[in-house]
Design a protein around this ligand. Structure first.
Ligand code: ME8
Length: 655
């Protein structure tokens, strides 16, 4: 059995969690779940970084003590993760006693080995910022840009870690282990950093006269340790170094996950610290890019921070998780926009995946009473080409996911989802049913249901609740302990004939894109009111007197029904027409010829609920019989389909 230890950065508690923190933690969660699905023994760590002057300043601003402040904000992170479906095994805080002990033990070890020394440090100090600034930090007048005063030149003794001593070793280690830092662009960045000259030794302390909110140096009570020597060590504290059982089991299987902002501390400080402490280094450092909002990095001061919980509430957790993994190419920056999220939700989730489930379930109910049909021998799919495509798609999915190429992995899985939708259209189960070809029909439907079961398992790392719902709709129960992913990729026939399916499926209803200006502006509202006032009240129309007005009895002649589109194909002889099969709850689907091609792709229609004039007499349209009419509304530059505002049973009457 393989093992997998995955970590996120421990987040600073000087601000509330935002989309960036959510992304890293959801990626870590998806990876942890993926490894659990592969049968690996997995440990997943996240937590909060709580020492240092930034935190003291944030606490002062919030008029609380540092301890009260860190307790409050750390709890916001801890409480957010379960809401985002995150299944971390531990949550570490750097203010915990277990962490203080480990930091002090590591410091003592490195000090005893002679790699920590005291040195006088002279620099430009800003009393307002309570920190040293470099010449580069100053404005044109030589002042601190925040406090508008020139910094003082002060001299202070501090402890330094002899990082430079390990520079040559680190370079060799990176060269000998091509995937130690990945993707490659960050590996190259670190190698060029190491080639630029001798590394400075790392200042690791602050005198207590300047900062008390930190862990005391074990060999000098006048100092606390500063920032990285404290924070990075969390990764081994949580495993119980030096003699914890978790440390023995997991340390050599460590994958760290960070964004590019903290590349250097993780790629240079941390391995050299580990080396100096006589510990083996981690296996992989995985580095991702930034989420940008309108091409700018998210930041509290710019007011462009995206709140993960608001997105979850608006679009659902699984759609949000799917979007994050599908949209960002791991390692590159990506732009966040709600429009893009809605686009993915409607195209990939509602049209492709949701539609596959609702159509296939509806057909199985119609043709086999809602039970998995028996296809006879269950060794291979009814269509060998589809079987081949599925094996490749699932194989690629697993390989790419393991290499953190999430977007491409999901794309590969969606090749299968789309192929299954096409297979429905090509094999036309409604025709097989009409022609009484029950054996063939059972083979087709079984193939679809079995493949859908595999898709459900595979999406679990990214969309756990959806995977569990899909498995339940297929009459099963998601049980991690019983999944054998490798066997699922290669094998066929796990779904038992006779299994009772759910009555229907509506996994991802389509959503409308967000409107920039949802509410009318006050001025517009006032104008509208004034207009209403100026108009006299309308008189009730009388049908008998007004030309073009019908009686209620006339209206009652219309039989309007809601139906689900099962298939849509271009009309062979008319560019503007689709030949659409609509499930109206009747024995066989209705064929309706509709002039929708100018504005819709066939995929846009699949799975959509539409309103049909059901009692129109059948008539041929360019050689294809149309039995009914799909209702739509023209608007500038497009067309909208009439539909019910929520899912209804196929054939429901409009009244
Ligand atoms: O650096 N896009 O904490 P931090 C993507 N405490 N990810 C983002 C992001 C964005 N716009 N903004 C933040 C620290 N992140 C230290 C870490 S580890 C031993 C100590 C994520 O709260 C990303 O994972 O500033 C980034 O590396 C991390 O938040 C920085 O979190």
């Amino acid at each position: 059995m393989s093992r997998f230890f995955i970590t996120t950065p421990i987040y600073y508690v000087n601000a509330k969690p935002h989309l960036g923190h959510a992304y890293t933690t959801i990626v870590a969660d998806s990876l942890a779940r993926f490894h659990r699905l592969c049968g690996d023994e997995t440990f997943f760590l996240t937590g909060t970084d709580e020492h240092g002057d930034k935190i003291v300043q944030a606490a002062e601003k919030a008029a609380s003590t540092p301890q009260q402040y860190v307790d409050t904000v750390s709890a916001q992170f801890r409480d957010l993760w379960p809401e985002l479906g995150v299944t971390n095994d531990d949550f570490i805080r750097t203010t915990e006693p277990r962490h203080r002990q480990v930091v002090q033990a590591v410091l003592q070890k490195v000090y005893d080995a002679g790699d920590i020394y005291l040195k006088n440090y002279e620099g430009l100090y800003c009393y307002g910022c309570e920190q040293f600034l470099t010449e580069k930090d100053l404005d044109a007048d030589g002042c601190c840009p925040d406090h508008k005063v020139p910094p003082a030149r002060i001299s202070e003794a501090n402890y330094f870690f002899r990082m430079s001593k390990y520079q040559g070793w680190l370079k060799e280690h990176i060269l000998a282990n091509p995937d130690f830092i990945r993707p490659e662009r960050y590996r190259n960045e670190v190698l060029s950093m190491l080639d630029m000259g001798v590394l400075d030794d790392l200042c690791i302390s602050r005198p207590k006269s300047r900062l008390t909110w930190g862990i005391e140096l074990p060999f000098d009570t006048g100092y606390v340790t500063y920032v990285w020597f404290d924070a990075l060590i969390n990764y081994i504290t949580a495993l119980g170094w030096p003699d914890g059982e978790l440390f023995a089991r997991f340390w050599e299987h460590t994958d760290h996950l960070v964004a590019k902002d903290i590349l250097k501390p993780h790629a240079v400080f941390w391995p050299t610290m580990l080396r100096a402490a006589g510990l083996p280094v981690y296996r992989h450092l995985n580095v991702h890019g930034y989420w940008l909002v309108k091409d700018t990095k998210m930041s509290k001061s710019l007011g462009n921070v995206v709140e993960p919980l608001a997105l979850k509430d608006r679009y659902g957790l699984d759609a949000f998780r799917y979007f994050l993994l599908r949209e960002m190419r791991f390692g590159r920056d990506a732009s966040f926009s709600e429009d893009a999220l809605v686009g993915r939700l409607n195209a990939d989730l509602a049209n492709d995946l949701g539609n596959l489930f609702s159509r296939v379930l509806a057909m199985t109910h119609k043709y086999f009473g809602g039970q998995v049909p028996d296809p006879g021998a269950r060794t291979a799919p009814a269509d060998p080409a589809l079987g081949e495509l599925a094996r490749n798609a699932l194989d690629n999915y697993a390989a790419l996911f393991g290499r953190l190429e999430f977007g491409q992995a999901l794309e590969s899985l969606w090749e299968l989802v789309r192929a299954l939708n096409k297979y429905v259209d090509a094999s036309a189960p409604w025709t097989l049913f009409k022609e009484g070809r029950t054996g063939e029909l059972a083979g087709v439907m079984y193939t679809l249901l079995e493949m859908m079961r595999k898709v459900a398992l595979c999406v679990w790392p990214v969309m756990p609740a959806t995977a569990e719902a899909m498995t339940a709709q297929l009459g099963g129960r998601f049980d991690l302990a019983r999944v054998d992913l490798d066997a699922e990729i290669r094998g066929f026939g796990g779904l038992e004939p006779g299994t009772v399916l759910a009555a229907g499926s509506n996994l991802f209803p389509r959503v409308e894109p967000p409107r920039e200006e949802a509410a009318p502006r006050p001025a517009a509202k006032a104008k509208e009111k004034a207009r209403e006032k100026a108009q006299p009240a309308k008189a009730a129309p009388a049908a008998q007197q007004t030309p073009g007005v019908i009686d209620f009895a006339d209206f009652q002649k219309l039989d309007l029904r809601v139906g689900t589109v099962l298939a849509a194909e271009p009309h062979p002889d008319a560019d503007r027409l689709f030949v659409v099969q609509v499930d109206l709850g009747e024995e066989t689907p209705r064929q309706v010829v509709a002039g929708l091609r100018e504005f819709f792709q066939a995929e846009d229609l699949l799975g959509r609920q539409v309103v049909v004039v059901a009692n129109l007499a059948p008539r041929p349209l360019r050689g294809k019989t149309s039995h009914g009419m799909i209702l739509a509304v023209r608007r500038e530059g497009g067309m909208e389909l009439l539909t019910a505002s929520g899912p209804v049973a196929p054939g429901a009457k409009v009244s």
